[in-house]
Design a protein around this ligand. Structure first.
Ligand code: BTN
Length: 329
C-alpha cells in the first residue's frame, strides 16, 4: 500500500465524510493523486465510498494499534516490552529476524513488532499468511533462552496454550488446538503461529514467535485464504478491541514462557491434550515426503511430538513440516 493511501486512511479512520477539498488541503496533494492512491484499496479489505456532494468515507474503519492502549490494558510493565508498530511491513517475523542480528539480549526488554498489514506474511511450511489492513493481529516478539535450540522443542505447543488461555478470559471457551499449534473454533482457523529459532546448539538461543490472529476478516480476504477461517468478532458475543487482545496475549506469553523454561513442556502436557481438537480421533499425518500415516491420536510426548496408535503400534512424530487431517468416519 502506498504512503499516500496510508495517510488518507489515518484521516478517514474517524468514519466521517471528508470532502476531496479537505483531503487535498490536509495532505497537500491533488484530487487525482487521492483517487489514484485509493484505486485498489478494496483488495486490502477496506471499504471507502466516494459520494457526490459529501466526499470520501471509510465505512469499516479500524481501531488502530496503539502502544499506550496495549500497555495500559493489563498494566503491562513498560520496561518489559519494547513495542514497535507499523502500518505496513513485509512480515513481522522477517523484520525481527533481520533486526535481531545479535539475538534477544534480555527478556526484561522484549522486542515486539506489530503491523496493520503484511505484504509477505509467512505461515508454517513455507505457506503464505493472508490478512487485510487492520483486520487481524499480526505481530512477532523475540524471546531469549539460555539453553540451545534443541531444548526448545515443545515451545510451539506452549504458545498455543497461551492463546487458548487468553481466549478463555474473553469467554471464548470453544477454541481448540490442532497439533502443533493452529487455533481452531468449530474446525475453522482463528489463529496461526510461526516460530523461528536461532542460536547456538548449547545456547544461548532465541525464538522469534509470530502470531496471526484473525480479528474481523473482510469477505475479500476470506476469499483468498484457501482454508476454512473464522475471526474473533464472529465468535465473541462481546466487542473487545484489538489492542486489548494483544495486551492480554503479551501478558500471557510473559507469564507462560518462564514456566516453560523452568519445567519444560512436560508441565503443560495434560493441559495441552485437553485442548487438542483431534485427541482420540482418527487422522492422517502427511509427512514431508508425502507419505501418509493413518492412526488414532494418543496424546503428545514431552518434546511436543504427536503420538498415533497405528496398525504397527504407537508411534510419535516430531513437529516439522507435517500436516494433520481429520479422517471422516
Ligand atoms: C501458520 O498457521 O501457518 C502460521 C501463521 C503465522 C502468521 C504470523 S502473522 C505475524 C508473523 N509474521 C509472519 O510473517 N508470520 C507470522
Amino acid at each position: 500500500m502506498n504512503q499516500s493511501a496510508l495517510s488518507i486512511l489515518r484521516l478517514l479512520n474517524d468514519g466521517q465524510y471528508w470532502s476531496g477539498e479537505s483531503l487535498e488541503k490536509k495532505l497537500f496533494c491533488k484530487r487525482a493523486k487521492i483517487l489514484n492512491s485509493l484505486k485498489d484499496i478494496d483488495s486490502y479489505g477496506i471499504k471507502i465510498v466516494n459520494t457526490r456532494g459529501l466526499g470520501f468515507r471509510w465505512i469499516n474503519p479500524i481501531s488502530y494499534l496503539n502502544k499506550n492502549l496495549i500497555l495500559g490494558y493489563n498494566s503491562i510493565d513498560l520496561r518489559n516490552f519494547n513495542i514497535t508498530l507499523f502500518d505496513t511491513l513485509d512480515s513481522t517475523n522477517t523484520f525481527l529476524l533481520d533486526n535481531l542480528k545479535n539475538g534477544v539480549v534480555d527478556n526484561r526488554c522484549i522486542p515486539v513488532v506489530a503491523t496493520e498489514y503484511q505484504t509477505n506474511g509467512r505461515g508454517r511450511a513455507g505457506r503464505l499468511w493472508y490478512s487485510g489492513f487492520g483486520d487481524s493481529l499480526t505481530f512477532s516478539f523475540g524471546w531469549r533462552f539460555d539453553k540451545g535450540v534443541s531444548a526448545l522443542s515443545g515451545i510451539s505447543l506452549i504458545i498455543g496454550i497461551a492463546i487458548i488461555r487468553v481466549l478463555r478470559t474473553f469467554s471464548i471457551t470453544c477454541a481448540s488446538i490442532k497439533w502443533p499449534n493452529d487455533i481452531l473454533v468449530g474446525n475453522k482457523k482463528l489463529a496461526g503461529i510461526l516460530i523461528e529459532l536461532r542460536g547456538e546448539i548449547c545456547g544461548p538461543s532465541y525464538a522469534v514467535i509470530g502470531v496471526g490472529f484473525n480479528y474481523k476478516l473482510s469477505d475479500n480476504i476470506k476469499s483468498i485464504i484457501n482454508q476454512k477461517t473464522t475471526d474473533f468478532l464472529s465468535i465473541s458475543d462481546v466487542y473487545f478491541d484489538r489492542n486489548q487482545i494483544l495486551s492480554a496475549l503479551l501478558t500471557e506469553f510473559q507469564n507462560i514462557l518462564p514456566v516453560f523454561v523452568n519445567h519444560g513442556f512436560a508441565y503443560f502436557k495434560k493441559e495441552w491434550i485437553s485442548y487438542h481438537a483431534f485427541e482420540r480421533h482418527q487422522v492422517s499425518l502427511i509427512l514431508p515426503n508425502d507419505s501418509v500415516i493413518v492412526g488414532t491420536v494418543d496424546g503428545v510426548k514431552e518434546d511436543g511430538s504427536i503420538c498415533l496408535m497405528t496398525s504397527s503400534g504407537r508411534k510419535s512424530y516430531h513437529v516439522g513440516d507435517i500436516s494433520i487431517r481429520l479422517n471422516s468416519l
